[in-house]
Design a protein around this ligand. Structure first.
Ligand SMILES: Cc1cc2nc3c(=O)[nH]c(=O)nc-3n(C[C@H](O)[C@H](O)[C@H](O)COP(=O)(O)OP(=O)(O)OC[C@H]3O[C@@H](n4cnc5c(N)ncnc54)[C@H](O)[C@@H]3O)c2cc1C
Length: 293
């Protein structure tokens, strides 16, 4: 039985997810689905529910580690034209889930709009950034979000606005399956000044992160008032290697996937780091990345 009959153009079977993760790791998904419209997305959700196929929503895969065995599930990517638009209306913008963060930041700079410079150097999509409340020392996306358009796991659409929306350190209270779009409130500013800030943040990231490697950003959240990277460094774990996975010398909270690395190498290294930090400092590190298995 073909549970996605009529949707053959947007459904691929046994699809290698490594192609869509920043790590370049991850086995196949039973179904990889790229809906072209909201209506098609609703149909896909309905078919998945009718056939009890679990759904995963994939952005740019920059905060994910997917197992070598892949997923017995449907992985849905909102990358079609309908999901990659941005509408500009003065200092308000509406960005759809599939919009690339770096593109959005640079377009805002050119338009003299300030408020999302903190996202400089963060790979990912608007949907993924909102789900993770992406950001760092310079601020986070949540500060600019006014409202979001969502779809639940039954295909029902609804909007959620401030103050109902809560953004915290790498989390939000949005539980809906799909983030479709977000309305952001920015502030008018001087293009050159905004560009200077973007450049400063970019240089800081280039100097402190192993950006030209395969990685997934920070593996662990910073424990309250502490830096996870500093703890891992103090535990003497920089350079620790299991299979093709190695703790970065440049930033100890990054695990790099070298040639031949498999997801299981990264998982084992994460376990080893967690255990050593626990033994030395009595601190249980919590994952920032998501592991899909
Ligand atoms: C080199 C590097 C540097 C990084 N630096 C930072 C940093 O400074 N700060 C920071 O916060 N992060 C950082 N990250 C992590 C990552 O880039 C962010 O978390 C990013 O926001 C993830 O976006 P994504 O589209 O890749 O999401 P994915 O990794 O694809 O998914 C992440 C989560 O979001 C969900 N998701 C994605 N799209 C949607 C959607 N449309 N609707 C509902 N859920 C969705 C997924 O289901 C998953 O739960 C870094 C990563 C790398 C590789």
């Amino acid at each position: 039985m073909n549970i996605f009959s009529g949707l053959e153009k947007i459904v691929e079977r046994n699809y290698p997810l490594a192609r869509h993760t920043w790590y370049g790791l991850g086995g196949p998904a039973d179904f990889f689905i790229r809906p072209q419209s909201i209506e098609q997305l609703k149909t896909v959700v309905r078919r998945c529910n009718e056939n009890k196929v679990p759904i995963y929503v994939l952005g740019f895969g920059s905060n994910l580690l997917i197992s070598d065995e892949g997923l017995r599930a449907a992985v849905i990517k909102l990358g079609a034209k309908e999901f990659t638009q941005t509408q500009y209306d003065g200092e308000q913008i509406t960005a759809w889930a599939g919009v690339e963060l770096s593109h959005l930041v640079l377009t805002c700079v050119k338009k003299g709009l300030s408020g999302i410079e903190a996202l400089t150097g963060i790979p990912g999509s608007v949907g993924g950034a909102i789900r993770m409340n992406a950001g760092g020392n310079f601020g986070d996306i949540g500060a600019a979000v006014q409202s979001v358009m969502l779809m639940d796991n039954q295909g029902k659409m609804f909007e959620k606005s401030k103050p109902e929306l809560v953004f915290d350190y790498r989390r939000t209270n949005i539980t809906a399956k799909f983030i479709l779009s977000a309305r952001l409130k920015l502030a008018g500013g001087d293009c050159e000044q905004i560009m200077r800030t973007v450049k400063e943040i970019w240089i800081y990231k280039k100097n402190t992160q192993p950006l030209n490697t395969k990685n997934s950003g920070c593996i662990f959240k910073n424990p309250r008032g502490m830096s996870a990277g500093a703890l891992i460094d103090k535990a003497g774990l920089k350079g620790l290697q299991i299979g093709g996975a190695v703790v970065s010398d440049k930033h100890a909270n990054f695990i790099i996937a070298e040639e031949g690395c498999q997801s299981r190498d990264v998982t084992k290294l994460i376990e080893a780091v967690t255990q050593r930090v626990k033994e030395q400092f009595g601190i249980e590190l919590e994952l920032e990345i998501e592991i899909w298995s």
